[in-house]
Design a protein around this ligand. Structure first.
Ligand SMILES: Cc1cc2nc3c(=O)[nH]c(=O)nc-3n(C[C@H](O)[C@H](O)[C@H](O)COP(=O)(O)OP(=O)(O)OC[C@H]3O[C@@H](n4cnc5c(N)ncnc54)[C@H](O)[C@@H]3O)c2cc1C
Length: 227
């Protein structure tokens, strides 16, 4: 997946790839989850990480005692995804988003005007027309803003492929749900690729909680392996 500048010099300048950056995560997240869970049984005498952490977290995931996973949170900054992608992502109601506003950000001034170029279009005979039409939208947008049309109205002409920066926060239970439905091979390729990048990070940061997600790199997807 890649995004491309609209109307900044050549229309075929390929500029950016989507990126995810882990901004914050609960310190010692898996131990926090274990200790929260042990409160239910007052079994602190069994706290002996890392062995006890792995044993208990795997057990609570198997038994679907998932509420204890809500004690750990993570925040990601996502750049280079389209508005089409963010529209899908913000449907997750237990996740908190803060997204760049097309009412306030002025394209071409505050930041470059990018659009995602879907791989099927990139490989097709429509690529050049797609880039031409998105550049036309940008020119028309600029013309309207210059003529004092408010940005909140001029933006109606912007394509769904326009990139949009977003920061999201959620607890680990919600991330498991998001990865389960969005990394699945049936999900839309863009949200799948971006969620897969976040899953890779979470597998490193919280390897026990996300251990049961099996990544298929060849097919850019992941599945939850139920035990
Ligand atoms: C492959 C795919 C195709 C899709 N196609 C469409 C489509 O064509 N049209 C469309 O509109 N949407 C579509 N969606 C979006 C989908 O319908 C959901 O809005 C989105 O996936 C968020 O899922 P969620 O509600 O399970 O999760 P979240 O909002 O993240 O909530 C997480 C979980 O919390 C619980 N929960 C949250 N809110 C409530 C509540 N109010 N009541 C009870 N339980 C709650 C549920 O268990 C839920 O699974 C699609 C999603 C996928 C993955």
């Amino acid at each position: 997946m890649e995004s491309t500048a609209m109307g900044q010099g050549s229309m075929t300048d390929i500029i950016a790839k989507p990126s995810v950056e882990l901004m914050a995560i609960t310190p010692n997240a898996e131990q926090v989850i274990e200790l929260a869970c042990r409160t239910c049984y007052l079994s602190f005498h069994r706290y002996n990480p890392p062995a006890s952490t792995e044993e208990l977290i795997k057990k609570i995931i198997r038994k679907k005692h998932h509420s204890v996973l809500e004690h750990a949170m993570a925040t990601f900054r996502i750049k280079g995804g389209s508005r089409t992608f963010t529209h899908e992502l913000v449907r997750h109601r237990l996740m908190s988003p803060s997204q760049e506003s097309q009412r306030y950000v002025e394209y071409g001034k505050t930041r470059n005007f990018d659009v995602v170029l879907p791989p099927t279009i990139e490989k097709s005979e429509f690529k050049d027309r797609y880039l031409e039409m998105t550049a036309q939208c940008e020119r028309f947008y600029n013309e309207m803003v210059k003529a004092d049309i408010p940005k909140e109205d001029a933006r109606y002409i912007l394509p769904g492929g326009t990139t949009s920066e977003i920061v999201i926060s959620a607890n680990f239970r919600e991330y498991r749900h998001i990865f389960e439905v969005r990394c699945n091979p049936r999900a839309h390729w863009e949200i799948r690729n971006i969620c897969l990048q976040m899953l890779e990070v979470m597998k490193t940061e919280a390897p026990i909680v996300f251990d049961d997600f099996e990544i298929d790199r060849e097919n850019h997807s992941a599945r939850l392996i139920e035990s």
